[in-house]
Design a protein around this ligand. Sequence first.
Ligand code: KIV
Ligand code: ZN
Length: 512
Amino acid sequence: MADQLIIFDTTLRDGEQSPGASMTRDEKLRIARQLERLKVDVIEAGFAASSNGDFECIKAIAEVIKDSTVCSLARANDRDIARAAEALAPAKSGRLHLFLATSALHMEKKLRMTPDQVFEQAKQSTRYARNLMDNIEFSPEDGYRSDPDFLCRVLEAVIAEGATTINVPDTVGYAVPELYGQFIKNLRERIPNSDKAVWSVHCHNDLGMAVANSLAGVMLGGARQVECTINGLGERAGNCSLEEIVMAIKTRKDYFGLEVGIDTKQIVAASRMVSQTTGFVVQPNKAVVGANAFAHASGIHQDGVLKARDTYEIMRAEDVGWSANKIVLGKLSGRNAFKQRLQDLGVSMESEADVNAAFARFKELADRKSEIFDEDILALVSDESVAQGVEQYGFVSLSQRSETGERPQASIVMTVDGVEARSDSDGNGPVDASLKAIEKQVKSGAEMVLYSVNAISGSTESQGEVTVRLQNSGRVVNGVGADPDIVVASAKAYLSALNKLHSKSDRVAAQG
Ligand code: KIV
Ligand code: ZN
């Protein structure tokens, strides 16, 4: 039997550390459920000690996820570890992930600790963690830039204290494939008890080599766990992308000879969900999940694919979850068809009342738009928490007037903590006027650092999906809104970003 490769997804932790990618509790829960459907082995749900919000998210995820191990990151100190263990208490299967920097640069400049102090702390904290839980992962942060002799000393000690997984991060994306693979091989050969732990790779994509480095860590180094994220989301240029590494292992099984437990048909739904939740658009030519990944424009290629698909395709679009027929529902579709479609898209609703609310919104949309695409449905359910009225600011209605040569005017009716409020403004254009009207009411003082509009399903009849990125007091959040009217979509996106700004307290960064 082929070796099994453990897929450790960190979209909800390292992914969420991308500037602007912060997610609400409901969004994280929805993504965690999709990761479980995808059958990832481990879901890193967050960093419990970084904020009360993260603690609550991890706890909520630990309560509902049954088929994947739920993991929390923790700095290698007793307080962080205890907090992470508390958040993971309800998990059927939980893992504590400890990290402590080991490179000379990080120890001296960031931690201001000597190597001996770091060694002791790594040992003590692993011992403490192992008393709370059996499943312990240890990551020497900036491991790839650490002195191999020192790393061997630390890793041997933490394995002796009971660490069950050793993860070797290329924290700053500096590695190249062959050297990274050799680095891990060398550690495994030199550390006498290395066979007592599973070895893991965690590569950042600063030089665009995260997937290649991870594969080298597996093939040359003998690692059997890969840490990755949906769409390659993550700090700076991101992490190793789950969909790319999984499809590489599957498609080139002849070479890699490894098994992964992933249900690849859930990949596209996961990618869309993460993209729509965070507002990080997937580039069209992105491998596996980009809109063009299976599109053939040239006549020669089209002709070849029609005659025999494998002339130009090495994977089948349907195997990664692209549905052949993208038009799904319309005005006459019933509740059962809608519910079935939600299931096909991997969206699970907590109660029948939630399905009813989403169906009512679907009907409203179908009145305005004749064909409803999968993307429209996903956008509808991304707006779910707003629809449920659980947010501080809610959208009620918008009217705006613009005419050539006149300054546009907008009038918004919104809810603030459930109470309706109305506000008017003018602006340079209808979107500007609408957002200024909201700002007049909310007075957030936030700076807008990004505004982008995307046609969800590619025609003028489609819904506009707007992403707004706001920055306030050093915090950056993205809000996403969808509507056939792009001015309304913009107002929804702005309100969603404001809700995120208000819902999260300051957090500690993992690579601070
Ligand atoms: O990149 C990194 O070093 C990390 C660790 C916290 C594992 O994300
Ligand atoms: Zn990382």
